[in-house]
Ligand binder design. Structure first.
Ligand code: 9MR
Length: 454
């Protein structure tokens, strides 16, 4: 299990081992250039939480797959389980992407949040263009739920049964379902889902319900009345598609009031969009926003799952939906963790690490003689890439670099800084670059700690 997570570590470990095997007298100083000292999923687990992400099935290979498997303990198919995806023509099913995501989750010890059974959007055209009596519509919906929930019984442990049922003012949204079946389509859908998989947790999920307001109060009143009627409802999903600097101040209070009703709460689709281009001030504000949301979930025991809606800026709905906005997720488009990643980690009790990406630098003494030695420094990236680099260290015993190759090194006192040559600044994701140097020493030749700069 968790093969991909260990694969990320294994690649860096193998690199260090390789240097040792190559006859290094000393090999040490792997500097923590990457945030993922402890994956988010492990930090979350230590707080009793599940850390999730929405995913696209076709992307679950390479770095995207490595990170999805290593960092997250819950996957939500971004689109693959929607009605329009799974039954594009009536009676013709396509489960390929949904099955793929479920299999990936099983291989990586992850739970799956099924998303979503009843929605006004992304329905197949045969359904939306059809003319149905109320009875026919009810049968269609019941069969859809029975088929999809039944297929994934025991494999999908949480369902967003009903998605986005409310208008902003807290009235019910006019939809195929509301218009055809009345407001109790929600209770019916929950009841049918319970029948199809009694063990699955059943949620209602909506956006703009993160803070206390008319819409969230309507959701609150609905959940309260469903509970009173004995309709199966296990949780509410607060989507949390947020705008930079606009985390509602009542978020924690709102989570708590739902928890006090006796249901679980999940942050189901967290992202924080900003006007492009991103800059360091915006990324810092975004980090603060992610931290605030994470902390609010951590503070309420029944907030069980924190899911981001895509973990990389290369797989986000934001840029196509809000032109001029983007950079909404915790990793940039090249899979380098952003300040937001570190902010989530910190709010989950992890330690802060620099946002320079998943690259590690290793220093090894490959040979040593009475007054001299040869050193080799390797920069290896996994889950990130570099277009330029500097390796910096401070000698502890008066050593002196006398000659370097494949890098330009300068030394001032004990401080050494080696920059990439013109031809080896790029370290691709999954790749490494090495440079060497000769140095002088006397007395002792301790291995310094090397840090990575740019
Ligand atoms: O991420 C989804 C995107 O790829 C789709 O084009 C879009 C269509 O509406 O749906 C996105 O996901 C939505 C989710 O299912 C429900 N909440 C809002 C999400 C963002 O639109």
């Amino acid at each position: 299990m968790r093969t991909s997570r260990s694969a990320v570590r294994a690649r860096l470990a193998a690199l260090c081992a390789g240097l040792l095997a190559a006859g290094a007298l000393f090999a040490a100083g792997a500097a923590p250039a990457h945030a993922a000292a402890t994956p988010l999923r492990d930090l979350a687990a230590a707080k009793g939480k599940v850390m999730g992400t929405a995913v696209t099935g076709s992307k679950l290979t390479g770095t995207y797959g490595d990170l999805a498997g290593a960092q997250f303990s819950s996957l939500t198919p971004g689109n693959a389980m929607k009605w329009g995806s799974v039954e594009p023509a009536q009676g013709t099913f396509n489960w390929a992407e949904a099955d793929q995501i479920v299999a990936f989750a099983q291989a990586h010890d992850q739970l799956v949040r099924g998303h979503t059974l009843v929605w006004h959007s992304q329905n197949p055209s045969w359904l939306t263009n059809g003319t149905w009596t109320s009875a026919q519509l009810g049968t269609l919906l019941q069969n859809h739920i029975a088929t999809e929930v039944g297929r994934y019984k025991g494999k999908v442990s949480v369902w967003d049964v009903v998605n986005e049922p409310f208008n902003e003012d807290g009235t019910y949204r006019s939809t195929l379902w509301y218009d055809g079946l009345g407001p109790d389509y929600i209770a019916s859908a929950l009841t049918w889902a319970r029948a199809a998989d009694p063990a699955a947790k059943l949620y209602i999920n909506d956006y703009n319900v993160e803070g206390v307001g008319a819409k969230s109060t309507a959701l609150y009143n609905l959940v309260k009345s469903l509970k009173e009627r004995g309709v199966p409802i296990d949780g509410v999903g607060l989507q949390a598609h947020l705008i930079l600097g606009q985390v509602p101040s009542t978020l924690q209070q709102n989570i708590q009031r739902f928890a006090d009703l006796g249901v679980d709460v999940a942050i189901t689709e967290l992202d924080v969009r900003m006007a492009l281009p991103a800059d360091s001030a915006k990324l810092a504000q975004q980090a603060a926003d992610y931290k605030a949301v994470t902390a609010a979930c951590v503070a309420v025991t029944r907030c069980v799952n924190l899911t981001v809606w895509g973990f990389t800026d290369s797989d986000s709905w934001v840029e196509s939906t809000f032109p001029g906005y983007g950079a909404a997720t915790p990793y940039d488009a090249n899979y380098a963790p952003k300040p937001a990643y570190n902010a989530i980690a910190e709010a989950l009790g992890g330690t802060s690490t620099p946002p320079t990406g998943a690259c590690a630098v290793t220093y090894a003494v490959t040979s040593q003689w009475n007054t001299g030695f040869t050193g080799q420094v390797t920069i290896a990236c996994s889950g990130a890439a570099l277009s330029s680099w500097k390796a910096n260290w401070t000698f502890g015993a008066g050593q002196q670099v006398t000659q370097a190759w494949n890098a330009t090194c300068t030394q001032s006192g004990n401080a050494v800084s080696c920059a990439n040559a013109s031809y080896n600044g790029t370290v691709p994701d999954g790749g490494s670059v090495s440079f060497g140097f000769n140095g002088s020493w006397s007395g002792s030749n301790p291995v310094p700690t090397v840090t990575l700069g740019q």
